[in-house]
Design a protein around this ligand. Structure first.
Ligand code: PLP
Length: 404
């Protein structure tokens, strides 16, 4: 895998977002990145037939092992995270799967948050045990619980901060230190909600960062993708182990779309945060709203940590209403004019979705009774997950006022 990320690491984030991984094309002098859809590449020297033989070859051979537009995106992501290298995958879940199954095997133990993104929670609950990977679920806000869960065979601690949908934060620096001191090899952070504009987990001691590129980094809701970001040697090994063998590679077309989205990530995140703060304050003052969880509000239980760990509070929040949420959700489906009632998040367009507690308990958080009690304590009968886009905040609050 050719990589230029290391040379780009000194740029400020706004410059890296535009230029990292990109260069004027020497053949055509094209200023914007080319979209290279070619699946195979004619090597200048003999490389052998297995992808293993390509290790150390500084070029492209076959697109499952790497291709130019996907590599440009990988280099941009590495620069944004202040890391050495990145691996792009077909989706955020493909990236999580690549990292977990590429690094762990039979007999290994993984620690996950008790409430994190459903896709990864379900992967851990339904699939990993079949491959002999044991999983423990902990409350990341209780370091003593994390410490108690660590065993000699614990190979990875997985953090998600802020977490989907609880908006709970994890103290990356403290938990990475705790895990490494107790011999845990890998600390991975799903930083999809935060983005590198808010938090750079590697600088805080994490070994790997995972993103759903489908969300803020692509930013426009039109391309799925995922990435694992970390040290060059480990990412190269993971490319062989995960992308070449599992095959969940990112399409160059999606990489090209996400490259274009990533260039405006810093300014979009500023706009998301500005609108989200206004919407969060509006919701907090609304008589029909019971609770709002937004890291940028002083009422967030971990606001002090948010101020320390996040340079941008991002656009994600949850809220609870006094009237039954399912009833309001039904109105939202029909009556919202600006915000779309739809899943996903981090797009330029605002999105809202009702997450009923019974549903999520049945599908996802089926851990022990104490963990279910804690989820119920946070969520009651459910929460609205609101992804504030970059529209005008007054139009968003008017839309919400109509349905509340
Ligand atoms: N991680 C988080 C925090 C997410 O919210 C999501 C999707 O919502 C994912 C990972 C999975 O991403 P994808 O849908 O791109 O597979």
């Amino acid at each position: 895998m050719a990589s230029r990320a290391e040379g780009n690491r000194e740029w400020a984030v706004e410059t890296a977002a535009v230029h990292a991984g990109e260069a004027i094309d020497p053949a055509t002098r094209a200023s914007s990145p080319n979209l290279v859809m070619s699946v195979t590449f004619a090597p200048e020297t003999l490389t052998g037939f297995s992808a293993r033989d390509e290790q150390g070859y500084d070029g492209f051979v076959y697109a499952r092992a790497g291709s130019p537009t996907v590599q440009q995106l990988a280099d941009k992501l590495a620069a944004l995270e202040g890391a050495e290298a990145a691996l792009c995958c077909a989706s955020g879940v493909a990236a999580a799967h690549a990292l977990i199954c590429g690094r762990l095997g039979r007999g290994d133990h993984l620690i996950l948050p008790d409430a994190n993104y459903v896709g990864i929670a379900e992967l851990a609950r339904d699939t990993l045990p079949r491959f002999g990977i044991e999983v423990s679920y902990v409350d990341l806000a209780r370091p003593e619980e994390v410490a108690a869960a660590i065993r000699p065979e614990t190979k990875m601690l997985w953090l998600e901060t802020p977490a989907n949908p609880t908006m709970k934060l994890a103290d990356i620096a403290a938990l990475a230190r705790l895990a490494h001191e107790r011999g845990v090899r890998d600390v991975a952070v799903d930083s999809t909600y935060a983005t590198p504009i808010a938090t750079r987990p590697i600088e805080l001691g994490a070994d790997f960062v995972v993103h759903s590129l489908t969300k803020y980094i692509g930013g426009h809701g039109d391309a799925m993708g995922g990435a694992v970001i970390g040290r060059k040697a480990e990412i190269e090994a993971l490319n062989l182990e995960a992308n070449v063998h599992f095959g969940g590679v990112l399409s160059p077309f999606n990489a090209w779309m996400i490259l274009r989205g990533a260039a405006t990530l810093p300014i979009r995140m500023r706009a998301h945060e500005e609108a989200a703060l206004k919407v969060a304050r509006f919701l907090e003052d609304h008589p029909q709203v019971a609770r709002v969880f937004y890291p940028g509000l002083p009422s967030h239980p971990q606001h002090a940590l948010a101020k320390r760990q996040m340079r941008n509070f991002s656009g994600m929040m949850t809220f609870q209403t006094k009237r039954p949420g399912a009833e309001i959700a039904a109105r939202m489906v029909k009556e919202l004019e600006v915000i779309h009632y739809a899943v996903s998040l981090g797009h330029h367009r605002s999105l809202v979705y009702w997450i009923g507690t019974e549903d999520i308990e049945a599908s996802t958080f089926r851990h022990d009774a104490e963990q279910r009690r804690r989820y119920r304590e946070y969520a009651g009968d459910g929460v609205f997950r609101l992804s504030v886009g970059i529209e005008n905040a007054d139009d968003l609050t008017a839309d919400l006022a109509r349905v509340l």
